[in-house]
Design a protein around this ligand. Structure first.
Ligand code: ADP
Length: 319
C-alpha cells in the first residue's frame, strides 16, 4: 500500500473531521502517502483529489461537518460511474480507499472493492442505523443536541402548561428518538420500530395532566410521520393546546462530543491498519466496546436492532 485515499459521502455527521484526521495522520505514521477526495463520489468521478499532509488536518478535530465536503451522486450507483471512479483512483495512484459515511456510502465502498480497489467503510451518521456495532460516529453529538433542545422546551412547556411534540431525525431508525426520550424524560416516545397505539398516548397525556403534571413532551421519530400532523391529531383528540418543534438540521451540525472524537479517531486509524494488512470490504466499529471489523456485505444485509431493554425502560419510567 503506497497511497491511501479518504472520502466522506452522503449525510454529514459530527466527528467526520476527527475520522479524516485519524486516517491522514495514521497513514503518514506508517509512511503511506494520503490523498483526500473532495465532494464525495461525485468529486471522485471528477478527479477532485488532492494530496494531504500532516498539517492539512490541523485544527479540524473539534469541527462539525466535513472538511472534505460531501455530496450525493446517483451516477456513482451505476457500473459506468464506478468504472470512472476506479479510473480516477488509478490515475492518482491510490491503492486503497477509506470511505466515511452512512450505509449508502459504504455500499459504494463495497462496489469499488468488488471492482478490485480495496475499500474500508467507517460508519458515520447521526441515525445510528448500522447493524452489528454499538454506535455510529455522530450519534452521540446529535443525541446531546436533541437533549439540549428538550431541556429548553421543557422550561417553556412547564411555564405554559402545554403539550409539546418534538420531531427528531433518524430516517427509518428510532435510536435518536428513543435515547433522547429516555435521557430527556419524555412522556411518550414514538418510533418506527414499535407499533404505537395513539389512544395509549392520549391516555398517558390525560393521566399525567390529571395528576398535576405541568407539561407533556412527546418525542416523535421522523420515520413515523410529521410532527405538525401529529400535533393536530392530539389537539383533536384531547382539546389540549399543543406546540410542535421540528429540530431538523441543527441535529446534524455542531462541535463533536468527546465520545464522537474518540470513536472517530479509533475507527479512522483502524481502517488504515486494515488496508495496510491487505484487507478489503470491511466495516470498522466498536462492538461491546471492542474495536472490530466485519464484512460489509454481512453488516449491510442485516437490520440494525433496536435495544429492547432501553425501549422498555423508557416506557416504564414515563408512566
Ligand atoms: P448515506 O451514506 O448517508 O447513507 P446515501 O444513502 O445518500 O447517504 O448514499 C450516499 C452516496 O453513496 C449516494 O449518493 C451514492 O453516490 C452512493 N451509494 C448509495 N447507495 C449505493 C449503492 N447501492 N451502490 C453504490 N453506491 C451507492
Amino acid at each position: 500500500m503506497k497511497r491511501i485515499g479518504v472520502i466522506t459521502s452522503g449525510g454529514d455527521a459530527p466527528g467526520m473531521n476527527a475520522a479524516i484526521r485519524a486516517v491522514v495522520r495514521k497513514s503518514i505514521f506508517h509512511d503511506v502517502a494520503i490523498s483526500g477526495v473532495y465532494y464525495g463520489y461525485q468529486g471522485l468521478m471528477n478527479g477532485n483529489i488532492k494530496q494531504l499532509e500532516v498539517g492539512s488536518v490541523g485544527d479540524i478535530i473539534h469541527r462539525g461537518g466535513t472538511s472534505l465536503y460531501s455530496a450525493r451522486c446517483d451516477e456513482f450507483k451505476t457500473r459506468e460511474g464506478q468504472q470512472k471512479a476506479i479510473e480516477q483512483l488509478k490515475n492518482h495512484e491510490i491503492d486503497g480507499l477509506v470511505v466515511i459515511g452512512g450505509d449508502g456510502s459504504i455500499r459504494g465502498a463495497q462496489a469499488l472493492s468488488d471492482l478490485g480497489l480495496p475499500c474500508i467503510g467507517v460508519p458515520a451518521t447521526i441515525d445510528n442505523d448500522i447493524a452489528g456495532i454499538d454506535c455510529t460516529i455522530g450519534f452521540d453529538t446529535a443525541l446531546n443536541t436533541v437533549i439540549e433542545a428538550i431541556d429548553k422546551i421543557r422550561d417553556t412547556a412547564t411555564s405554559h402548561e402545554r403539550t409539546f411534540i418534538i420531531e427528531v431525525m433518524g430516517r427509518d431508525a428510532g435510536d435518536l428518538a428513543m435515547y433522547a426520550g429516555l435521557a430527556g424524560g419524555a412522556e411518550s416516545i414514538i418510533i418506527p420500530e414499535r407499533k404505537h397505539d395513539f389512544n395509549n398516548v392520549v391516555d398517558r397525556l390525560k393521566r399525567g395532566l390529571e395528576r398535576g403534571k405541568k407539561h407533556s413532551i412527546i418525542i416523535l421519530a421522523e420515520g413515523v410521520g410529521e410532527g405538525f400532523q401529529y400535533g393536530k391529531k392530539i389537539e383533536e383528540a384531547t382539546s389540549y393546546e399543543t406546540r410542535v418543534t421540528v429540530l431538523g438540521h441543527i441535529q446534524r451540525g455542531g462541535t463533536p462530543t468527546a465520545a464522537d472524537r474518540v470513536l472517530a479517531s479509533r475507527l479512522g486509524a483502524k481502517a488504515v491498519d486494515l488496508l495496510i494488512e491487505g484487507k478489503a470490504s470491511r466495516i470498522v466499529g466498536l462492538k461491546d466496546n471492542k474495536l472490530v471489523d466485519q464484512d460489509i456485505e454481512h453488516v449491510l444485509s442485516s437490520n440494525h436492532q433496536l435495544n429492547k431493554d432501553v425501549y422498555n425502560l423508557a416506557q416504564e419510567l414515563s408512566i
